[in-house]
Ligand binder design. Sequence first.
Ligand code: OFO
Length: 169
Amino acid sequence: MLSENMTEALNGQINKEMYSAYLYMDMSAHCTYEGLGGFANWFMVQYQEEMSHAMKIYDYINEQGGKVVLNAIEKPPGTFGTPLEMFEATLKHEQFITKSIHELVELAYEEKDYATQIFLQWFVTEQIEEEANDNELIAKLKLVGNDGNGLFMLDRELEARSFVPPATE
Ligand code: OFO
């Protein structure tokens, strides 16, 4: 059983995950337009991951007998800078999401909501991976610098990423 407060906070997190999906879909479109098919693929896989995060919370609220409430999704920026700037923006966004997940965990502790504490552990771990992926790509893009060949090679590398749905507990 979820408290009203917790239900509202989890619904808020669905909205943030949906925005993340929308943002990465937008970034993917931008990369396609710029002829960076591998980067576009990477962001489209990220979009799929974010949708699965939103659905994980959606299913959890339903399982706990709470009411899912969907709110408007903010418009993403539409224009982006260089690939390096895009990944710096991605890292910043993920740090914001990590903070939001940690706040949910704190609320679950305050409310002695043991089920939600356990449920959120998956997201705590996932955020470590999300930030690590972004940091790795930022480091690679800094190494590449203005080298067109390096960017071409990295774009090819990112073409290989595919979506793996999270395991269902
Ligand atoms: Fe859902 O992890 Fe990114 O935002």
